[in-house]
Design a protein around this ligand. Sequence first.
Ligand SMILES: *[C@@H]1O[C@H](CO)[C@@H](O)[C@H](O)[C@H]1NC(C)=O
Ligand SMILES: *[C@@H]1O[C@H](CO)[C@@H](O)[C@H](O)[C@H]1NC(C)=O
Length: 294
Amino acid sequence: MNFAVRKCLTLVLIGLGLLHTAENSKILVVFSHLGRSHFDVFEPYLEQLAAKGHQLLVISHFPRKRPTPNYKDIDLKAITKVNQTVNILSYADIAKMDQIVSAFVLSAWAAEVCENAFEHPDVQKLIKSDEKFDLLITETFNTDCFLAFAHRFQIPVIGFSSCVFMPWTPDRVGNPDNPAYIPTQFVASSDRMDFTERFSNTFWYLFHKLHYSFLMDPRAHKIAKKHFGESLPALSTLARNTSLIFVNNHFSVNRPRPLVPGIVEVGGIHMKPAKTLSKVSPASYPSFIVYYQY
Ligand SMILES: *[C@@H]1O[C@H](CO)[C@@H](O)[C@H](O)[C@H]1NC(C)=O
Ligand SMILES: *[C@@H]1O[C@H](CO)[C@@H](O)[C@H](O)[C@H]1NC(C)=O
């Protein structure tokens, strides 16, 4: 290869390198829910974004234990006075919760977390700052109050649901959720419903959507307006601006359903490559296993 060609190639490579740097985004991340199980799903995704060179500012109850390059935390634990982020609900509690209790619990958690998170001094500073971001990534779960950040910074939104869709999620991106054959979250039916199951599914589908639109959403809007000003558009308007939703579903587990291209099933995103098992020699088997081998 002659010198000129090599020089030219080097320049092209440097150019590509620069282009690559220019692609790195500044991302505001808000995962406000205080349950560790939700954050466990988001965490590996955030780690990968930071590892790929994106600059993250993460508002959550789960700050990094060790400093991670490109990853800055605003820790909500102090302000929400949370001393427990795991085992908040036992299976026995969940079994006891009916549709109405579930709706009210989600609603109470949402109001609490919106109210507290916006009061955090660093969040206050952020709201008043003229920082520039390229993207908001936030949980699509029991509140849309944090979509106010997307409006404030005029940035697109990626939603992330750590569980199956809440009943009020699919229509923000125009996704079908016909209750005749798609069981609503909180209803224990499969996708092969008889008439009674369809009737009950439709009833609860309407109940949850109306509860969200007429009680949960206006309450969250009121809280957000206190901090972002009276001119903040309705949260449902901001929600309809969502560009993409990742959902921790997989059709093999949660049954197939129609999905628009704006929804991507990422079930299993939090699974890390399996570690190799330690070697076990026959001598270290418990004696009863050795016995049954012969
Ligand atoms: C958190 O701590 C407070 C005071 O230390 C205590 O009263 C409360 O029960 C604790 N909450 C939980 C969920 O453990
Ligand atoms: C919707 O998002 C775009 C940027 O992606 C922004 O320009 C527009 O203002 C947003 N709409 C609202 C109502 O915030």
